[in-house]
Design a protein around this ligand. Structure first.
Ligand SMILES: [Zn+2]
Length: 183
C-alpha cells in the first residue's frame, strides 16, 4: 500500500510486505516531490511543479489567491480567511474559481498516483492529512481522472480511499515502527 498525507506539505510512504520501504539513507521516499507539471509553481524544495506545489494546503490557498482579480466575486473571497477547506467548500457549492483550483490540484494528484501505481503496483492508496477532510469531492475527483493516468492492465487493481486516522496517521505509524523493532 501507499500512503499520501496532504497538509501544509505533501508527505508519503510505501508499505511493502508489512514494512515501510526505505532507501539507502533510510528515507521513506519523497512522494510529494514527484514532478507532475514541469515548469509549474515553485516548490519549497527548489524545483518547479512538484506534487506539493500543486496539491498541498499551501498550494491550494496560493492558487486560489491568484484568482482574486479574475474572479473577485468568487465565494473563496467572501470568507475572512482563505483556507483549503474554504476552497473545497466553495467548489462543492459550484463556485467556478474554486472548481478550477480543485481540478488542478486533483489532476496533479491523479498524475502522481498514476506514476506511483506504475512504479510500486500498490493494492491500496490511502489519502490522509488535513485536506483529506474534503472527503468525497477529493476522492471522486481523483478517481474520475485515474483511467487517463494508468495503463489498462492496472485498471481495477487498486483502491483509493481516505485515511481513517487522518492527522494521527503519522504518529501512529512512527510508534508502530518502534513497537515492531522492540518486539
Ligand atoms: Zn518539491
Amino acid at each position: 500500500m501507499l500512503g499520501l498525507t496532504l497538509g501544509t506539505g505533501v508527505g508519503g510512504g510505501v508499505i511493502t510486505h508489512g514494512m515501510l520501504m526505505t532507501g539507502s539513507l533510510g528515507y521513506g521516499g519523497e512522494l510529494g516531490h514527484t514532478i507532475v507539471e514541469p515548469g509549474g509553481p515553485l516548490c519549497g524544495c527548489g524545483s518547479h511543479g512538484c506534487l506539493e506545489s500543486l496539491a498541498s494546503a499551501t498550494a491550494i490557498v496560493n492558487m486560489a489567491r491568484e484568482f482574486s482579480k479574475r474572479f473577485p466575486e468568487s465565494l473563496i473571497f467572501a470568507s475572512p480567511e482563505i483556507t483549503a477547506k474554504v476552497v473545497f467548500d466553495s467548489a462543492r457549492a459550484g463556485d467556478l474559481a474554486a472548481t478550477i483550483v480543485v481540478e488542478r490540484a486533483t489532476r496533479a494528484l491523479a498524475t502522481a498516483i498514476g506514476n506511483y501505481i506504475h512504479v510500486f503496483n500498490p493494492e491500496h492508496i490511502i489519502i490522509g492529512g488535513g485536506i483529506s477532510k474534503a472527503g468525497d469531492l477529493l476522492i471522486d475527483s481523483i478517481q474520475k481522472k485515474m483511467p487517463e493516468y494508468v495503463m489498462p492492465s492496472f485498471h481495477g487493481t487498486f483502491s483509493i480511499t481516505l485515511s481513517k486516522l487522518v492527522e494521527n496517521a503519522g504518529i501512529k505509524g512512527a510508534a508502530s515502527i518502534v513497537f515492531y523493532r522492540i518486539s
